[in-house]
Design a protein around this ligand. Structure first.
Ligand SMILES: Nc1ncnc2c1ncn2[C@@H]1O[C@@H]2COP(=O)(O)O[C@H]2[C@H]1O
Length: 281
């Protein structure tokens, strides 16, 4: 039987070293666009791994920015990547000797960054600055299904399939006490649920961008609206904590009401909040 469908496993003794800290995820931004108090997607895993780099990155202090050694990008859209060039500029003069910040993404995503962002037109090429041999950023390709080990805590992070208007992925942070999943931007996607069958899912951060009245836009832009998300969540066991992200500014009350009306009994969902800190398994 798949782990995904199982009830939470009894706590197991971690094989990690005694120094390994329980993973925490700080929500810096979880909005589908900007407005006052709405910051776009960025999560900080422990204190050195960013998962997406939207406008929420700007809430980190300079000292906190200096601790970031890795950035995992879900796709190339601006609301998820614009923190990368600004982070590079903020820390460039203070990271001497630390090595580059490693940016991990699909090859297609990195190609967009190279061609359209770090092109010395929209922004300086920080993969060659301050010196080509010692840049502040380095770009690293990943692939769906790969498991990376990143950060001082050597967190194991699985790359998951997403279905969006540009090549996209989600991420799972694997833990001894259960796995945390962030879907990235995605429309309905059977491949995601297939991938989750191999995991011991404990927390699911899943996107929903639009209310039902914007269903046509959701379909065109490969996002969820309440009807499509409710259909997907019918596959998720009740013990999994479901947290919503990427709702467009001003849409949250409508989205929550419309979703609640469509969910089966026992299926609770809550909206992720900027500033929230999640304890991962
Ligand atoms: N066909 C469309 N009609 C209206 N808005 C769109 C359309 N396609 C994309 N968008 C918007 O453009 C945004 C790009 O980033 P997102 O995918 O987060 O969300 C997308 C939508 O808000």
């Amino acid at each position: 039987m798949s782990n995904f469908l199982a009830q939470p496993a009894a706590p197991v003794v971690s094989a990690a070293s005694p120094e390994t800290r329980p993973a925490t995820l700080r929500v810096l931004g979880c909005s589908g666009s900007i407005a006052r108090d709405c910051r776009t997607t960025a999560f900080l895993l422990d204190d050195d791994v960013l998962i997406d780099a939207g406008t929420g990155v700007g809430d980190l202090s300079l000292d906190e920015l200096l601790r970031v050694d890795h950035v995992l990008l879900s796709h190339s859209h601006l609301d998820h990547v614009l923190g990368v060039p600004l982070l590079a500029d903020s820390v460039l003069r203070r990271r001497q000797g630390r090595g580059p910040i490693q940016v991990h993404a699909l090859p297609q995503t990195l190609a967009v960054l190279r061609q359209h962002l770090f092109n010395d037109l929209l922004w300086p090429d920080f993969t060659r600055l301050p010196q080509p041999a010692q840049p502040v950023l380095s770009l690293h390709e990943l692939a769906v299904g790969q498991t990376l080990e990143l950060g001082a805590q050597r967190r194991r992070i699985r790359v998951l399939p997403a279905r969006h208007t540009v090549p996209a992925v989600g991420y799972a942070v694997l833990g001894a006490g259960g796995d945390f999943v962030y879907t990235g931007d995605t429309g309905p996607n059977p491949a995601l649920w297939e991938a989750l069958r191999g995991l011991n899912l404990r927390q699911l951060v899943i996107e929903i961008a639009f209310s039902e009245g914007d269903r046509a836009i959701a379909t065109d832009s490969l996002h969820h609206c309440p009807s499509t998300l409710a259909a997907e969540l019918a596959q998720v066991p009740g013990h999994v904590e479901v947290l919503l992200t990427h709702v467009k500014p001003g849409e949250m009350p409508t989205v929550l009401a419309e979703l609640a009306a469509r969910l089966g009994p026992g299926r609770a969902v809550t909206a992720l909040r900027a500033g929230q800190r999640l304890s991962l398994g």
